[in-house]
Write a protein that binds this ligand. Sequence first.
Ligand SMILES: NC(=O)c1ccc[n+]([C@@H]2O[C@H](COP(=O)([O-])OP(=O)(O)OC[C@H]3O[C@@H](n4cnc5c(N)ncnc54)[C@H](O)[C@@H]3O)[C@@H](O)[C@H]2O)c1
Length: 414
Amino acid sequence: MVSSSKSKERTILITGAAGQIGIELIIQLRKRYGNKNVIGIGRTTPPLAVLNQQCPGPFYLGVDVRKMNDLEGILKKHKDIDTIYHLAAILSGEGEKNPLQCWDVNMNGTLTVLEFAKKNGISRVFIPSSIGAFGSDAPRQAPQDCAMHPSTMYGVTKVAGELLGDYYAKKYGMRVRGVRLPGVISSEAMPGGGTTDYAVEIFYEALKNGKYECYIDADTAMPMVYMPDAIKAMIDLCEFEETENKKLTHYCDFNVTAFSFTPRQLAQKIQLFIPDFQITYKPDFRQKIAESWPDNMLDTVARQEWEWKPSFTFEAMVQDMIEKLRDRKKKQEVIILNRKGQKKNHKHQNYDSSFFDPFVIGFYFFASFFLVSYKVKLYFFTMRIQAQQLLFRQTTFHFNISLVQHYIHESQRD
Ligand SMILES: NC(=O)c1ccc[n+]([C@@H]2O[C@H](COP(=O)([O-])OP(=O)(O)OC[C@H]3O[C@@H](n4cnc5c(N)ncnc54)[C@H](O)[C@@H]3O)[C@@H](O)[C@H]2O)c1
């Protein structure tokens, strides 16, 4: 899948490894470098079961990227770490609900990770940026270089994160790199509270309920990429070896994208596979964020400098998503979606645990009701048996007494 070839052994640390991108990146990197050489860390969210099924390996929870001590603790266990993919972040939708937390995690987290890498001689650090780094004054087809005036706290942290990465690369000679990702569409983990989440949720709802209420307006276009291509972009750029003739002119801000579409266009493509699928629109606060972003990104620089090229077209992505999710459904995997599209603390448990499915809850309810009534019936049945036994014993006792009395009486007569 990833085009560059494995060049040498690596020990890789991935922050935010249980997130939407992290879970698929860790799987690909473990396939490439071996399970034990790719270490996942997260703060509260446990990884999906698929990780342990496909490639079990070291994964640590309770590690906060803002805390140097937490990261040092991991290094004590894995001394050979030479590469970090820093994915832990608060995304645009969640970030607007709590801007200070977004600043804290995205900025202090990135700074701590970069300082940790510098201090410990870990020279390769990959930090994804985002379409969210652009503001409404950027051209609708956003070029590689233009004014960056984002209107969200997430965007502010992404621009600052790009600049911070550039600074560590230039000042300390570290190999810090990153891509500006558009919305990422994936079939494994659910997205973590971004503005483009609708483009994943819509597939789950289409297959489950045949309808979807979209929080983005019908004709708002945003650029997107399918997860296998997003992973390929990240690994390819991280692995890219510069030569005299092939130098990178950017560090942490390469535009990459695959296609751009509106919710209406996506719904039409889904209807080719699910003809009865219905979409309605009820824009919420994320509509304003989407409008402030470009309709598309121009990624010619990435294509020229490190040969970025997505393999999935819009049509191929829709077909693959539907086939994968149908396949999962067939295997009796229960697909759950938080209908408001909002992440809770343990989103993977909310989204993926069959325990929370309404049908399963119904089943548990009836099963408990049946068991309780059965137990009550059993209790009364046992009581009745005991009462009958008592009655029988009493009757036998009285019968025996009268029999004895009868014999005494008879013997006295004799
Ligand atoms: N998913 C997208 O569509 C998209 C698009 C553009 C850019 N990106 C960027 O890619 C990166 C990964 O995105 P994602 O979609 O996988 O995000 P996600 O929200 O799914 O995952 C982020 C993970 O970081 C963890 N985290 C949050 N705070 C933490 C902390 N203080 N310490 C340790 N872990 C913490 C969360 O628990 C979560 O598991 C982010 O930098 C994001 O900005 C994502």
